[in-house]
Write a protein that binds this ligand. Structure first.
Ligand SMILES: [Zn+2]
Ligand SMILES: [Zn+2]
Length: 344
């Protein structure tokens, strides 16, 4: 799991971005992009070790709770090394005491933009939620089913979580401090909402009634696109017209998944631009894998909005059908009126 963005923001804010070791108080930066002196890069040190065999690691505290704010102390690299090298001297209790004393000092002596701090922690929580619900760390994995062999399928779990993310985005109180970041959240919401609506138009949900399955059992069901061109009666013309619709449908689902990847990458760009310069730098851009093609090969694609697409982003379903050909990669083309409700 690792340290969440929210925890990171809280720890840095309460420490005043300074080393918490007594008398050090060195001003720290988040990463090497901001300095040529590695000793000023802040380290989020574990008080009880992250693992049982790490410094001060022997403890009853469950591993998953060790990345929380309560168990972290912000230090410069020199003092982090010191406390880990001399773990007998720098005990859990002593480090907690250092942390409390330092945070009290920060409160009394530093003038901090409290409003910004509060808002940043709120955004950080939203971003953590996005990472979890969009299964960002498993993006290539779950999206590969959408692109798998011309019949898009997806775990029920991912449908449920995307729905939850859409709800979450809609019901948030948005602080308004970083409008472009908020726009990126809403853009992702709009694409994923259309992705789900289009996918579900021909999705083959299991017929078992909801209450016969636990949430876990339901989550692990694979939901397939229905081969709706398979008709009982012999009608070649109708069969071919439905087959064409089926192919169009599958490519549209794929195109929307491609657009979702662009929307997620754009969101991370905005997080880096306004909020946290090296966010997910190590993990890199989200990629997707398409295949297998006729020759059984798979293609890895890096999906991003081009500079001139960054103003309008996702333009809504009808317009997207039209312009998808101009994206960095696309599968199908053209508008189909079947996807728009008709009013009489
Ligand atoms: Zn350490
Ligand atoms: Zn220090």
């Amino acid at each position: 799991m690792g340290i969440s963005l929210k925890t990171h923001k809280i720890l840095w804010a309460k420490s005043g971005s300074k080393c918490a070791f007594p008398e050090c108080k060195k001003d720290l930066v988040v990463d090497e992009s901001e300095t040529d002196d590695p000793s000023v890069i802040g380290e989020e040190a574990h008080i009880i070790g992250r693992k049982n065999d790490g410094p001060r690691g022997k403890s009853e505290l469950p591993i998953e709770e060790r990345d929380r704010y309560d168990n972290l102390i912000l230090l410069c690299s020199i003092h982090h090394k010191l406390i880990d090298d001399q773990e007998r001297k720098y005990t859990v209790q002593l480090l907690h005491q250092y942390k409390i004393e330092h945070e009290n000092w920060v409160k009394e002596n530093l003038r901090i933009d409290k409003a910004k701090e509060r808002v940043d922690i709120i955004y950080a929580g939203y971003i953590d939620k996005f990472i979890e619900l969009a299964e960002v760390d498993n993006w290539k994995g779950w999206s590969s089913f959408v692109f798998g062999g011309g019949q898009p399928h997806i775990y029920h779990r991912n449908i449920r979580k995307l729905r939850e993310l859409i709800e979450f985005t809609l019901s948030r109180v948005w602080p308004g401090r970083y409008p472009d970041l908020e726009k990126a959240f809403h853009n992702f919401k709009n694409v994923s909402n259309d992705f789900l609506t289009v996918f579900e138009k021909h999705a083959q949900f299991q017929t078992v009634s909801d209450d016969e399955l636990t949430v876990e059992e339901k989550d692990e069901q694979m939901i397939w696109t229905e081969k709706f061109y398979r008709i009982r009666e012999y009608d070649e013309e109708r069969y071919h017209s439905l087959l064409r619709k089926f192919e169009y449908h599958c490519l549209l689902v794929e195109d929307l998944a491609l657009e979702m990847t662009r929307a997620a990458n754009y969101l991370f760009d905005m997080v880096r631009l306004y909020f946290f310069p090296t966010y997910r730098i190590e993990e890199g851009i989200l990629l997707i894998e398409i295949g297998p093609f006729m020759d059984m090969s798979w293609k890895t694609i890096r999906n991003e909005y081009k500079p001139d697409e960054r103003e309008s982003l996702y333009p809504g379903l009808r317009q997207f059908m039209e312009i998808r050909e101009s994206r960095n990669y696309f599968r199908g083309k053209g508008i189909d009126e079947d996807y728009f409700p008709k009013y009489y």
